[in-house]
Design a protein around this ligand. Structure first.
Ligand code: GDP
Length: 336
C-alpha cells in the first residue's frame, strides 16, 4: 500500500484504511512509523474541522453509557459524524481497557456515522497521548466533524486530554462530593461543563442539588481565558434527558470562543506545546535507549548510591557519554 493510497482512502472516509493507518501510527516498528508520518503530513491540510471534546469521570460514572447515548443522538438528530478515541494509561498491560469492550457501546459500534477506537497501549502516558492525538488528526481528515476523547478521571491523563481538545466535559454522580468520587480539584477547574449523570428515578432531586452546588463552585474559580463561563447541568445516559441541552451549550461555546478568537488561538498554543512535549519525550527515549548510556548507567547509579559520586556529576558523565556517542549522527545530519 502506498502512502497516497492511504491518504486517498482516508479522505474518502474509508474506515478500514483509517483503522489500518491508525495501526501504523501505533506500531513500534520504524518502517511503520515512517509511513505513518508521511500519511499524517499529507492529511494535515484536511484536519482541524471538528469540535474536539474531552470526556472524563471516574469509573462507573457512566462514560461509556453517556458516549453511547449522546453519540447516537448526535449522529441521528444532528447528522454529525463522530469519532470516539481514548487515552487510558492504565491499559498498558491489558490493551484498551476503556472502550476495549465494544459491547458497552452497541449502538455506536454499528452506527455508520460513528467510528470507535480504543486507547492505544504504550509504556508512557506521553506515548499513548501522542498516538491518540495523531489518530485524532486522521479522523478529521476522514471527515469526522465531532471527536470524543475519553479518559478516566483519576490522574495525569486528564491534563493530556485537556491539552488536545477544545472543550472539556466532566461527568459526576449525584450525591457524593468530588473528592469522594476520586476527582481532583484541578480537574473540576479544567471543566468547561460538569454534567451530573444518572439524573433519573430517585436520583433526580439529589442530581439537581449537586448541580446547584457545582454551579456555585464553578463561579468561584477565576474566569477562563476562553471567555466561556463553565456550566453545570444534569443528564441521564439512561433516559437521554439533557442531551439536547448539552449540545446547545457546546454550540454556544463554539460560537463564543470563535468570536473571541480563543478557539483558534488555543489550538495554535496546543500545537506549540505539543511540539515541545514530543521533543522532550523523544529526547528522553533517545537518551535511555543510547547504547553508551545503557552500558554505564548502572555503575554510575551504584556509585551515586554508595556515596562515591555526587548525583550531579553522574548526570554530567551520562550526558557526556550520550553526546559523544550521538555526535557523529549530528554531524552527518548537518552535512545534509
Ligand atoms: P464508565 O465506567 O464510566 O464507562 O460507566 P458505564 O457507562 O459502564 O456505567 C456504569 C454503570 O452505570 C452501568 O451499570 C450503567 O448501566 C449505569 N449507568 C450509566 N449511565 C446511567 C444513567 O444515566 N442512569 C442510570 N440509572 N444508570 C446509568
Amino acid at each position: 500500500m502506498t502512502v497516497n493510497a492511504y491518504v486517498d482512502g482516508i479522505r474518502q472516509g474509508d474506515r478500514v484504511l483509517l483503522s489500518r493507518a491508525i495501526t501504523l501510527i501505533e506500531s513500534a516498528r520504524s518502517e511503520h512509523q515512517q509511513i505513518a508520518r508521511e500519511i499524517l503530513e499529507k492529511c494535515l491540510p484536511y484536519t482541524g474541522n471538528s469540535l474536539r471534546i474531552g470526556i472524563t469521570g471516574s469509573p462507573g460514572v457512566g462514560k461509556s453509557s453517556f458516549i453511547e447515548t449522546f453519540g447516537s443522538w448526535l449522529t441521528n438528530e444532528q447528522d454529525r459524524k463522530l469519532a470516539v478515541l481514548a487515552i487510558d494509561p492504565t491499559s498498558q498491560v491489558s490493551r484498551g481497557s476503556i472502550l476495549g469492550d465494544k459491547t458497552r457501546m452497541e449502538k455506536l459500534s454499528s452506527d455508520p456515522n460513528a467510528f470507535i477506537r480504543p486507547s492505544p497501549a504504550g509504556d508512557s502516558l506521553g506515548g499513548v497521548a501522542a498516538r491518540t492525538r495523531e489518530a485524532m488528526l486522521l479522523c478529521e481528515a476522514a471527515g469526522f466533524d465531532t471527536l470524543f476523547i475519553e479518559t478516566v478521571g483519576v490522574g495525569q491523563s486528564e491534563v493530556a486530554v485537556h491539552g488536545m481538545v477544545d472543550f472539556f466535559l466532566l461527568l459526576l454522580l449525584p450525591g457524593a462530593g468530588d473528592e469522594l468520587q476520586g476527582i481532583k480539584r484541578g480537574i473540576v477547574e479544567m471543566a468547561d461543563l460538569i454534567a451530573i449523570n444518572k439524573a433519573d428515578g430517585d436520583n433526580i432531586e439529589p442530581a439537581k442539588t449537586a448541580r446547584q452546588e457545582y454551579a456555585r463552585a464553578l463561579h468561584l474559580f477565576p474566569p477562563k481565558n476562553s471567555g466561556w463561563s463553565p456550566k453545570a447541568v444534569t443528564c441521564s445516559a439512561l433516559s437521554s434527558d439533557g442531551m439536547a441541552a448539552i449540545w446547545d451549550l457546546l454550540i454556544d461555546f463554539q460560537k463564543i470562543t470563535k468570536e473571541t478568537g480563543w478557539f483558534l488561538q488555543n489550538r495554535k498554543e496546543q500545537s506549540k506545546r505539543w511540539l515541545h512535549e514530543q521533543l522532550e519525550h523523544e529526547l528522553k527515549r533517545l537518551f535511555f535507549s543510547n547504547e553508551n548510556v545503557r552500558q554505564n548507567i548502572k555503575s554510575i547509579e551504584q556509585a551515586v548510591v554508595a556515596g562515591k559520586m555526587p548525583a550531579v556529576n553522574g548526570v554530567g558523565e551520562l550526558l557526556a557519554l550520550f553526546t559523544q556517542s550521538s555526535l557523529p549522527v549530528v554531524k552527518e545530519n548537518q552535512k545534509d
